[in-house]
Design a protein around this ligand. Structure first.
Ligand code: NDP
Length: 450
């Protein structure tokens, strides 16, 4: 490996040694930049790799709130403002008990590259809390969100930092967060949060955007590889949240059959094709567990997840879409998928596939649509939501959807062109890293030592 990359990676490993996920994300990007660094020795002089691995700012704060029994609960809130090189910090908030500094930094680092790929003026940030929303009442969620925003509002603004949703943060949470922000600031600043409800400044097609965008990217990828399509293909999708549900909706529109979906407890397998309406009712309306699906569809099967093992990857499928969480698809699962004849992987979640699993897929000629590029449709549509808020105007669903589709196609060709230029064949994972990195490096050099 190029000496400069190795030196910076060793220094990041030394400084951030306890941040497992963050180290994994930096390692995955930097080890794919060998050929670029060789061609651009000036990047070392400008300390590009060192600067990209260090967030501009990391904020951690106390979030005290009162539960329904009157107990005071204290959670920890975070916001990483990773890079404002090409626009205001932009990236979602995650509420999940696993959230810690390493997870927020890995997500923020990935977000910088992803946002650069969209071609839109957005920098990278991420935030969240170790608050677990499961089983909480609406009032508890509201009180938590209000307390979280009471601190976060010091650090955000529509030209400064614009949060959105992620795991555990959907339209309900964004509504409570926005209401509290507006109350404290005493002004309607529509572009300060995205993923807003349609009644107060949200964009049509934002709910669908990440899932739809993933499939638009994959459609282009399949077309460019032997003119393949989704029609008649079987598809398995991990997760049953925002990304998974709308990826499923789009592949169904394209004539594919979704045969399995999951949540953190287990997966359902329905060889006749999943009834997406029922999944929406269970997950979006009732906020229930995916297991309830088999009560209404007794011919479907349910497999429990055990010891961090995700049974959904044992199922034979043409296309697999990991849309739940990081590191959910490991090397063992990759081997099973390849043995079962999988042709393409589409990463809807952030960093869902372990590095050795990605290498195994690529070595076995399986197409991989990398998260940074393939799930960028959500943030791209958030940027479209921000422009609508600035214009005080709304686009129709069809207008936003058409912009999303064209952005996702452009992102695919950025990845493809970079992969081809650096002789990496169909390695779109490296292609995405290189295309984003070159854009950011250029902006860094032009802006001086900042
Ligand atoms: P949601 O909270 O809507 O859904 C998450 C889904 O993943 C749920 O089905 C959840 O199951 C499952 N899940 C979460 N954590 C785990 C875990 N540790 N193990 C197994 N399953 C888990 O989140 P989103 O759909 O918004 O996000 C999913 C992924 O997509 C994340 O990686 C996120 O960062 C990424 N992403 C999201 C974007 C967006 O616009 N929403 C944009 C780009 C990326 P359960 O209900 O049991 O918790």
């Amino acid at each position: 490996m190029e000496k400069y990359i190795e030196r910076v990676l060793n220094s990041v490993k030394e400084k951030d040694k306890y941040e497992k996920e963050f180290l994994q994300a930096v390692d995955e990007v930097y080890t794919s930049l060998d050929s670029v660094i060789k061609l651009h020795p000036e990047f070392e002089k400008f300390a590009i790799l060192e600067r990209m691995a260090e967030p501009e700012r990391f904020i951690s704060f106390r979030v005290p709130w009162v539960d329904d029994r009157g107990n005071i609960v204290v959670n920890r809130g975070y916001r990483v403002q990773f890079s404002s090189l090409i626009g205001p910090y932009k990236g979602g908030l995650r509420f999940h008990e696993s959230v810690n500094q390493s997870i927020i930094k890995f997500l923020g680092f990935e977000q910088v590259f992803k946002n650069a790929l969209t071609g839109l003026p957005i920098g990278g940030g991420k935030g969240g809390s170790d608050f677990n929303p499961k089983g909480k009442s609406d009032n508890e969620i509201m009180r938590f969100c209000q307390s979280f925003m009471t601190e976060l509002q010091h650090h955000i603004g529509q030209d400064v930092d614009v949060p959105a949703g992620d795991i555990g943060v959907g339209a309900r949470e964004i509504g409570y967060l926005f209401g509290q922000y507006k109350r404290i600031k005493d002004a309607y600043e529509g572009g300060v949060l995205t993923g807003k409800g349609l009644s107060y400044g949200g964009s049509l097609a934002r709910t669908e955007a990440t899932g739809y965008g993933l499939i638009y990217f994959m459609q282009e990828m399949l077309k460019n590889n032997c003119d393949q399509t989704f029609a008649e293909k079987t598809v398995t999708i991990s997760g049953s949240g925002n990304v998974a549900i709308y990826a499923a909706e789009k592949v169904l529109q394209l004539g594919a059959k979704v045969i399995a979906m999951s949540d953190s407890n287990g997966c359902i397998y329905d060889e006749d094709g999943i009834d997406l309406g029922l999944i929406k009712e269970i997950k979006e309306v009732r906020r229930g567990r995916i297991k309830e699906y088999i009560e209404r569809n007794p011919s479907a099967k349910y497999f429990e997840s055990k010891d961090g093992n995700f049974p959904i990857w044992d199922i034979k499928t043409d296309i697999a879409l990991p849309c739940a969480t990081q590191n959910e698809l490991n090397l063992d699962s990759a081997k099973k998928l390849v043995a079962n004849g999988v042709i393409a992987i589409g990463e809807g979640a952030n960093m869902p596939t372990c590095k050795d699993a990605i290498e195994y897929f690529l070595a076995n000629n399986v197409l991989v649509a990398p998260a940074k590029a393939a799930n960028a449709g959500g943030v791209a549509t958030s940027a479209i939501e921000m422009s609508q808020n600035s214009m005080r105007y709304y686009y129709t669903f069809e207008e936003v959807d058409a912009k999303l589709e064209s952005i996702m196609k452009n992102i695919f060709y950025s990845c493809k062109n970079a992969a081809e230029k650096y002789n990496l064949g169909r390695n779109y994972v490296a292609g995405a890293n290189i295309a984003a990195f070159l854009k950011l490096a250029q902006a860094m050099i032009e802006q001086g030592v900042v």
